[in-house]
Design a protein around this ligand. Structure first.
Ligand code: M6R
Length: 610
C-alpha cells in the first residue's frame, strides 16, 4: 500500500512526481505529498484526499526545483490528515515510506527521550528522525540511512531527501517494492513500473536489504551492509499507452474489454496444438519433477485466491493431483503441514502481496518448491520462488482485478494440462480438445463482450437498489460466484455473498425474499440439473433470479427474471465465459450508483501490509 516516487534530473520535479503519483494512486489515495529541493531548502507540500488536492496546492506554490520525492498514502498508522501525510520531515531530512515499521512505538519512546518532537501518529516519521539523528552525528545521507535502518524492524521502501545533499535521493527497501528507472540525465524511483513508463523502460528492481544513491547520472547500489551490488537495468516491454484509459470511462471497464488480448498474450507460444500439449519450458520443471509432485498447495489472496480454487479443481480433475487452496494470510503462522513432494503455487497479480509472499517463503523454508504465477515481471514473489510462470495481462490499474484474474485462470489451466500429460492422466484426444478449446477462448470472449455489456447495463437499473445479493454456482462456477460477489462488494459497496449452490439450503436461504437478487451461474455442465433445482428453491422464496446461462438455454432462461447468455464451451473452460457478465454486473451497478470504480474506498491495489 502507498506509492512512492523520486526524481533527480534537470526538469521541474513537481510535475514529474505528480504524474508518477497519479499512476500510483491505485496503491492508496487518502492523502499525498511531495518534497522538492528549492532555494537551498526542502519545500514540503501535502494535502488530504485525492491527488487533485495536492495538485491544487502545488499550483499555488509554483515550485521550480529539479530533485524531489513524493507519496500517495493508504493509511495504516494514523488517520488520513495533513499532519499524517508524507513526506515526513526532521530537520534537513524528508522521508516517504511504503510499509510498516513494526517497532515504531519502541523507537518513538527512544527518540522522544533523545529530545525529538514527533508530530504525527505515523510510523514513518520515526524513520525521518532516526536518519536526522545520524546526520547530526556527522554522517552523509547514505550512511545515515544505512545506520538508521539498522534500528528498524518491519517492511519498508523509502525515499529520502536531505537539504545537505540537494542533487541526490537515497532509497532503500525491505519487503515493500521499489524499482529504479534510468534515463539520459535523469534517475527515477517508484513503487511500481507504470509510474516510470512515460520516462523510461530501462529499470532495475531493488532487492530486500539494498540501498541506492540516485543522482542525475544514474545510481549506485549496495547492500545495507555496504557491499556493492552490480545490477544492470532491464528493458520493460510495457508501453505507457497500456497504462492509459484509451477512451473508456474507467480503467476497470477498459481492463474488462482487454481480456481477449490479455488471454491471447498469456496463451501465446504456450499452446502446442499439434502435440495437444502445453509448452512450459520457461518454468524449468522436468518430466520427473512433474511425476514427483505429491500434492499442490495453492496460496493467494482475494481475487487471486478465487483463481486458485478453479486451479485446484483443474489439478484434481484433469491431472489427478491432490490439491488444496489456502488463503495466504491463514496459511501463515499456523504451522500448516508442508511435506516432501509438495509444490506450492503462489498466485498474485502484483507479485508483491505481503501475505502471499510471506506464506510462500514459509513454505519454501519448510522444504516445498515454490512456483510463482504473477503478472509483474521481476516482482517479489517470482524473485523468491524457485520458478515462475508469468501471466501477460499488461498493467492492471483498476483496483478491482479483472484481466489479471482471467489470465491467472489461463495459466492455472495450462499448468494442469501440462501436469496431466506428464502424469498420464489425460489422453491425447482429451488434451487436444481442451487445448483447441482454450485457443478459441479469446475469440469467444471477444465476440460477446459488447452484447454482454449492453445486456447487463440494461438490467442494473432494476437491481442496483438491492442491499444484498447472493451469487450461486457449483463446480467451477463456485469460485466464479465468489469472484462475482467480491467484485460487487468492493466497487459498489453492496453486500454480496458467493456461495456453493448446494450450500444455500444450509443457511443463506433464510436471507431470501423478493428484495434479494440471486445471480445463478448455470452453464450446461455436469452440475446443471442440480443448479437449476437450487434456482427453483430460490425462486420459491420469491427471490429475483438473474441467470448466467448457456446461449439458447431457453428452459432455464424462462425461470429467470433476467438473464445473460454465455458461449457454450468445453465444461472445463466455462469460468472464462461465466466470469465476464459478473465483472460487468459489478461495474454497471457501481457506475449506476456513482461510486469511485477505479479507486474504491478503503482499498488499495497492492496490499503490502499484513
Ligand atoms: O496482487 P494480488 O493478486 O496478490 O492481490 C490480491 C488481492 O489483494 C486482490 O486480488 C484484491 O482482492 C483485488 N482488489 C480484487 O479485485
Amino acid at each position: 500500500m502507498c506509492g512512492i516516487v523520486g526524481y533527480v534530473g534537470d526538469e521541474e520535479a513537481a510535475p514529474i512526481l505528480l504524474d508518477g503519483l497519479r499512476r500510483l494512486e491505485y496503491r492508496g489515495y487518502d492523502s499525498a505529498g511531495v518534497a522538492v529541493h528549492e532555494n537551498g531548502g526542502l519545500e514540503i507540500v501535502r494535502a488530504v484526499g485525492k491527488l487533485r488536492n495536492l495538485e491544487k496546492a502545488l499550483s499555488d506554490k509554483g515550485l521550480g526545483g529539479t530533485v524531489g520525492i513524493g507519496h500517495t498514502r493508504w493509511a495504516t498508522h494514523g488517520r488520513p490528515s495533513e499532519v499524517n501525510a508524507h513526506p515526513h520531515a526532521s530537520g534537513p531530512i524528508a522521508v516517504v515510506h511504503n510499509g510498516i515499521i513494526e517497532n515504531h512505538l519502541e523507537l518513538r519512546a527512544e527518540l522522544e527521550a533523545d529530545g525529538f518532537t514527533i508530530a504525527s501518529d505515523t510510523d514513518t516519521e520515526i524513520v525521518s528522525h532516526l536518519i536526522h539523528r545520524e546526520t547530526k552525528a556527522g554522517h552523509d545521507m547514505a550512511t545515515a540511512v544505512r545506520r538508521a535502518l539498522g534500528h528498524v524492524e518491519g517492511a519498508y521502501a523509502i525515499a529520502v531527501a536531505s537539504e545537505a545533499e540537494p542533487r541526490r535521493v537515497v532509497v532503500a527497501k525491505s519487503s515493500s517494492p521499489l524499482v529504479l528507472g534510468v534515463a539520459r540525465g535523469a534517475t527515477y524511483c517508484a513503487s511500481d513500473i507504470p509510474a516510470l513508463l512515460p520516462y523510461t523502460n530501462s529499470m532495475v528492481f531493488m532487492e530486500d536489504g539494498e540501498i541506492a544513491v540516485l543522482d542525475e547520472d544514474g545510481f549506485s547500489l549496495s547492500t545495507l551492509r555496504g557491499e556493492p551490488v552490480n545490477r544492470r537495468p532491464r528493458k520493460i516491454s510495457w508501453s505507457p499507452v497500456m497504462a492509459e484509459k484509451a477512451g473508456f470511462k474507467h480503467f476497470m471497464l477498459k481492463e474488462i474489454f482487454e481480456q481477449p488480448r490479455a488471454l491471447e498474450d498469456t496463451l501465446r507460444g504456450r499452446l502446442d496444438r499439434e502435440r495437444a500439449d502445453v509448452e512450459t519450458a520457461e518454468i524449468g520443471l522436468s518430466e520427473a519433477d512433474a511425476k514427483a509432485i505429491r500434492r499442490v498447495i495453492l496460496l493467494a489472496c482475494g481475487t487471486s485466491h478465487h483463481a486458485t480454487i478453479a486451479g485446484r479443481y483443474w489439478l484434481e480433475e484433469l491431472a489427478g493431483v491432490p490439491a488444496i487452496t489456502e488463503l495466504a494470510s491463514e496459511f501463515r503462522g499456523r504451522d500448516a503441514v508442508v511435506e516432501e513432494g509438495d509444490l506450492v503455487i503462489a498466485v498474485s497479480q502484483s507479485g508483491e502481496t505481503i501475505d502471499t509472499l510471506m506464506a510462500a517463503k514459509e513454505a519454501k523454508e519448510r522444504g516445498a518448491k515454490v512456483l510463482a504465477i504473477a503478472n509483474v515481471n521481476g516482482s517479489a514473489i517470482p524473485r523468491m520462488a524457485d520458478a515462475s510462470f508469468y501471466t501477460h495481462a499488461g498493467p492492471e490499474i483498476g483496483v478491482a482485478s479483472t484481466k489479471c484474474f482471467i489470465a491467472q485462470l489461463a495459466n492455472l489451466l495450462m499448468f494442469s494440462i501440462w501436469l496431466a500429460r506428464r502424469r498420464g492422466a489425460m489422453s491425447e484426444s482429451e488434451a487436444g480438445e481442451l487445448v483447441e478449446g482454450l485457443a478459441r477462448i479469446p475469440h469467444l470472449v471477444d465476440e460477446r463482450l459488447k452484447t454482454t455489456f449492453d445486456a447487463v447495463s440494461g438490467m442494473v437499473r432494476e437491481f442496483s437498489g438491492a442491499r444484498d445479493v447472493l451469487f450461486l454456482g457449483r463446480g467451477l462456477s463456485f469460485p466464479m460466484a465468489l469472484e462475482g460477489a467480491l467484485k460487487l462488494k468492493e466497487i459498489s459497496y453492496v453486500h454480496a455473498e458467493g456461495y456453493a449452490a448446494g450450500e444455500m439450503k444450509h443457511g443463506p436461504i433464510a436471507l431470501l425474499d423478493a428484495q434479494v437478487p440471486v445471480i445463478v451461474i448455470a452453464p450446461k455442465d455436469r452440475h446443471y440439473e442440480r443448479v437449476c433445482s437450487n434456482l427453483e428453491e430460490a425462486r420459491a422464496r420469491e427471490a429475483k433470479i438473474i441467470g448466467v446461462t448457456t446461449a439458447g438455454d431457453t428452459q432455464t432462461q424462462a425461470l429467470c427474471d433476467a438473464f445473460v447468455e454465455v458461449a457454450p464451451t468445453h465444461e472445463a473452460l466455462s469460468p472464462f465465459v461465466t466470469v465476464i457478465p459478473l465483472q460487468l454486473y459489478a461495474y454497471c451497478v457501481a457506475d449506476h450508483k456513482g461510486t469511485d470504480v477505479d479507486q474504491p474506498r478503503n482499498l488499495a491495489k497492492t496490499v503490502t501490509v499484513e
